[in-house]
Design a binder for this molecule. Sequence first.
Ligand SMILES: Cc1cc2nc3c(=O)[nH]c(=O)nc-3n(C[C@H](O)[C@H](O)[C@H](O)COP(=O)(O)OP(=O)(O)OC[C@H]3O[C@@H](n4cnc5c(N)ncnc54)[C@H](O)[C@@H]3O)c2cc1C
Length: 421
Amino acid sequence: MRVALVGAGIVGVTTAYELAALGHEVTVFERRGSVAAEASFANAGVVAPGYVTPWAAPGMSIKVLRHLFARHAAVRFGGASALAQLPWMWRWWRACRPAAYGPNRAAMHRLASFSRERMLELTRSLRLDYEQMPGWTVLLRDERELRGAQAGLALLRELGVAHDVVDGTRARQLEPGLNPETPLHAAIHLAQDGVGNCRQFAHLLKAEAQRLGAVFRFDASVRSLAPGTRPALQLVEGSIHEAEAIVICAGVQANALLAGIGCRLPLAPVYGYSITAPLRHMEGAAHHAPRAALMDERYKVAISRLGMRVRVSGSAEIGGTLEHKNPAALRTLYKVLDDWFPGAVLVREAQAWKGARPMLPDGPPVLGESGAPGIWLNLGHGSSGWALACGSARVLAERLSGRAAPIDTGRLTLARLRGEG
Ligand SMILES: Cc1cc2nc3c(=O)[nH]c(=O)nc-3n(C[C@H](O)[C@H](O)[C@H](O)COP(=O)(O)OP(=O)(O)OC[C@H]3O[C@@H](n4cnc5c(N)ncnc54)[C@H](O)[C@@H]3O)c2cc1C
């Protein structure tokens, strides 16, 4: 089938690869100059299916309110423009109810587990090297944080996710670079989860998709869509591209296109930040750096080792713009880096980045038909797009090819967001 795909973030690239692998003739349209230039550019890189859960969870609204008034807040409002997101926040709040959370959590975990399997399969069969490193450790600074982690631990047990709860001494053996002067009470360690460079993976998989015949058209901004038995898209520069199917992987900008086909998703940009810095060039510097990925539970900040660099990421900002970086959010990242790995990196060479997570209010992405003939969606992966991309791509490619989805996709369709699921 001739398939046109809009968006070459991690979701678009993995989808292009899977479609090409199933024998489709794929053309990708991307408005930027390369793959993974937006939300997939400098994310934390964590792939931990046990931690892929909806942000809309019971008790979260109280936690969010508490965070809003903290100095190193994990959640912030980006000024008056946050008011425009009130309808989204209302839906998020409603999705925090246990009756909605349970099925959403199960759907996300199922997809995340399948996605990791598919990522490992691709890594092995295509011999991909993208600075991947196994190990995910959640740092709990004191007894209170360990008590607070009990609900999450019960969930890991319920989902059958292999993990260890270790004391501070053992955690420091697992991650010997941790600053001995910062108190560490305990940690949750997931040996099978880990970290990898999402952008690098996207570049490698793009090359593999090209080998299978996929064509990538960069600096090609899609203006509008026309559904039908031969759906078409029109580029901003005017040319029209016809296909037999069109897949929208346009991340947070998707609604601008979907409006034209009468489909609107409750998608909001939830901004996050990262800083990436090279390891210090000195004897033994690597011993003071993280080995894999860690999460500071108090500040909800991830610290990831990516080859010879360290990336620190966090913050959830509702409202605001991509261009304006809040210095307070960046200060929190530097503080957490300094708490745990002081002197490990060349801070003066650090690069700061802000990205927009394409968030649906209740958690899982939407994969499948849009309701308009010939137009398919792979959208709304929120804070877990890297962890969910390979699985989502495979599910979409199988469905578009008229085959059964490899996992239950009941809660991954548009019907759920219309209250029919
Ligand atoms: C700070 C931060 C940390 C994160 N950490 C993690 C993590 O540790 N693990 C994890 O799993 N996820 C993480 N995420 C989430 C993850 O990065 C996103 O979910 C993922 O990148 C979304 O991918 P995407 O392909 O849907 O969107 P994008 O990467 O934004 O791609 C969409 C693409 O569509 C293109 N596009 C849009 N409209 C058009 C158009 N009209 N014409 C042509 N092209 C168009 C855009 O240019 C863009 O390239 C993090 C996100 C942030 C911000």
